[in-house]
Design a protein around this ligand. Structure first.
Ligand code: ADP
Ligand code: MG
Length: 266
């Protein structure tokens, strides 16, 4: 009995150490990535400061011309654009760390109906679909419920949908997303599909790696699917699989135990 208890504790300690090690690696990576946008943001903000001081002097001495003002306005727009874009990018990177780092124990644990919860998540994302031709449908048996932290499922679905909109779809062709949840024994199986451009075979094995992105420099952080994978394995005690072919969209399958008791025993 004692030994079994110790064994369990050892495994927990190991898992905890593993979790901290990979969190440490993630934070180191993010700190590195955050450096660039913060650096650009700081230098754009100081440029703005210098420009504002110059125009104040010219105005104060009565020497300011119309073209001084016009030049100032244009430069102020350009630099504040840079400040906003780069701070947003830094904030997004930090948000990914927060998503992974949220402590499992502090997460609200509850029993919730899956269908209405998933519908709610999709509804909350509807502003992202406004002004696009793309559509999402959720199918899930009404009686299905899950014990656990519902916020985790919201984060997973949000990351999938963001990816379909950014990577999968183009604005000129209506894209379709289906999210299908069902029970399989004690497990919940959630299948997420889009009919977008799909993923190249040489990228398939890499998309879950932290910082892997095909959109470096155009908004990608490469953390979305890494976050999905850590949430599924660490928070839900499940697994996520991907299949995709170029031109045929993506299919992510998330499988996890519906009850935490089953999760602990697994
Ligand atoms: N629905 C999708 N359709 C096509 N490609 C995708 C899709 N989802 C993910 N990808 C590919 O996987 C990569 C990694 O995704 P992710 O980890 O979310 O990082 P990011 O979105 O910041 O690029 C993306 O850069 C893209 O190449
Ligand atoms: Mg993404």
């Amino acid at each position: 009995m004692m030994q079994a208890g110790n064994g369990v504790r050892d495994v927990q300690a190991l898992e905890q150490g593993d979790r901290l090690a990979s969190l440490g690696a993630l934070i180191a990576g993010v700190a590195h990535e955050v450096n660039t946008p913060l650096g650009i943001g700081v230098s754009a903000a100081s440029t703005l400061q210098v420009l504002a001081e110059q125009i104040r002097q010219r105005y104060g001495s009565g020497e300011m011309t119309r073209s001084d003002l016009e030049r100032f306005i244009q430069l102020a727009i350009d630099s504040s654009d840079l400040v906003v874009k780069n701070l947003q990018r830094a904030a997004e990177l930090m948000q990914s760390v927060k998503q992974v780092a949220v402590d499992q124990a502090s997460g609200e644990q509850r029993h919730f109906p899956l269908k209405s919860y998933l519908d709610g998540v999709v509804t909350s994302l509807s502003p992202k679909f406004k002004n696009t031709p793309h559509r999402v449908t959720v199918t899930c048996p009404p009686g299905l419920s899950v014990d656990g932290h519902p916020g985790v499922l919201a984060q997973i679905v949000t990351n999938f949908i963001a990816n379909s909109l950014i990577h999968g779809f183009s604005p000129d062709r209506a894209g379709t997303i289906t999210l299908d949840a069902r029970a399989d024994g004690g497990d919940i199986v959630m299948t997420y599909r889009d009919d977008g451009v799909g993923i190249a075979p040489e990228h398939l094995g890499r998309v879950f790696e932290p910082f892997f992105t095909t959109r470096r420099g155009t908004g990608g952080s490469g953390l979305g699917l890494y976050v999905v994978q850590s949430l599924v394995t660490r928070r839900l005690g499940g697994r996520v699989d991907l299949s995709s072919e170029p031109g045929r969209g993506v299919e992510f399958t998330v499988r996890f135990p519906a009850r935490p008791a089953a999760r602990a025993a697994a």
